[in-house]
Ligand binder design. Structure first.
Ligand SMILES: Nc1ncnc2c1ncn2[C@@H]1O[C@H](COP(=O)(O)OP(=O)(O)O)[C@@H](O)[C@H]1O
Ligand SMILES: [Mg+2]
Length: 335
């Protein structure tokens, strides 16, 4: 990768400029040696200059506003420097206070031509008032995905100081990344996650060169395809359950439709039924919403019955009946 290459270059330049004085060498040979050294130096300097340019700025083709540009640079610059992405092509969705997802041109060393970058607005999670519904039993993760054990940090999180809020923000993102990694490994139909940072996640881009895949809610299916995709969706729900995971915001709005296949997205609020007492109720709501779409496409299903069947099949205890309205995420304006 570039970083190694970069170190090598620095080392070579140090080697060249640090060559000991040449003694007892005929003049002609010395001149040849010096001009070769000069040439190598010039070549290396140009390459180094280009690397330094890359080190200091990320100029991308997407026409972002001044503030968005600064925000993108803060969130994606490291991925650019680490040669994950070479350019940002377009905003797929976002703006405002939500997360924004960008289509990026991948560096040739990456496994795909395009990469999707999900960048979080600082306020995204701060405004979720009833986040404890989802966070129950969850450990807090730092920016390297390790559990936060430091008392001072845990105290800051508990007291919701500014420092604590920043830690929580990172923890949501790491949680999404780890959930995606786990589910992708288990064979779920989700974009392969590549890397996470303080404020963003890189994952496989789903779509075509000039447009991203639509979300399922905007797609009309014929009966045969609806049946096939419904079965596929339930298969994915079962993979999640087998990994102790409930999506937590499953609906046709968080499923991409591409080349006749589905791809589940948007996992920060995913919960573990083994530690979260709201899991069964949240799972029921997921299945109700999923079924709502497929019912509108002509599929017959009984969501609550189906949810409870799946729940028991995977060995989980049925939870109390909760008014589903209490589970709705409540956002408050903190500005
Ligand atoms: N990997 C991806 N490839 C293509 N488009 C994506 C991808 N991930 C997300 N999107 C698009 O970005 C939108 C927002 O992403 P999502 O993860 O659902 O975040 P939010 O929390 O804002 O709902 C999605 O509705 C979808 O249109
Ligand atoms: Mg979403």
């Amino acid at each position: 990768m570039t970083t190694n290459h970069q170190f090598e270059l620095y080392e070579q330049i140090e080697d060249i400029s640090g060559l000991p004085p040449i003694r007892n060498v005929p003049d002609q040979q010395l001149r040849h040696h010096r001009s070769r050294k000069k040439l190598i130096n010039e070549q290396k300097n140009t390459e180094l200059y280009e690397l330094e340019e890359k080190e200091n700025q990320f100029n991308f083709s997407y026409g972002a506003s001044k503030h968005e540009k600064a925000w993108i640079n803060d969130s994606l610059f490291d991925f650019y420097r680490q040669s994950w992405i070479d350019d940002i092509i377009r905003l797929i969705k976002g703006g405002g206070k939500e997360a924004s997802v960008y289509q990026c041109l991948a560096n040739p060393s990456a496994p795909y031509e395009f990469i999707a970058a999900k960048v979080y607005r600082p306020r995204k999670f701060r405004q979720l008032r009833n986040d404890s519904l989802y966070r129950e039993g969850r450990i807090h993760l730092d920016d390297e995905g390790h559990e936060i054990r430091d008392d001072r940090a845990l105290h800051a999180i508990q007291k919701r100081t500014n420092f604590g809020k920043r830690l929580l923000h990172t923890s949501w993102i790491e949680h999404e990344f780890q959930t995606m990694s786990k589910l992708h490994k288990a064979g779920a139909n989700i974009p392969e996650p590549f890397a996470s940072g303080n404020n963003a996640i890189l994952m496989a881009y789903v779509g075509w060169e000039d447009t991203a895949a639509p979300t399922l809610n905007s797609v009309r299916l014929d009966h045969e395809e609806a049946r096939k995709l419904f079965d596929k969706a339930i298969e994915n729900v079962e993979i999640m359950l087998s990994k102790n995971c409930v999506h937590g915001d499953l609906s046709a709005y968080n499923i991409l439709y591409h080349d006749g296949e589905i791809c589940l997205i948007d996992f920060p609020q995913a919960i573990d039924p083994l530690v979260n007492r709201n899991a069964h109720a949240i799972f029921r709501r997921d299945i109700i919403r999923l079924c709502e779409y497929f019912q509108s496409q002509g599929i017959n299903c009984e969501p609550i019955k189906l949810a409870d069947q799946l729940w028991k099949k995977h060995g989980f205890e049925l939870g109390p009946n909760v008014d589903l309205r209490l589970l709705e995420p409540v956002f408050v304006d903190t500005d």
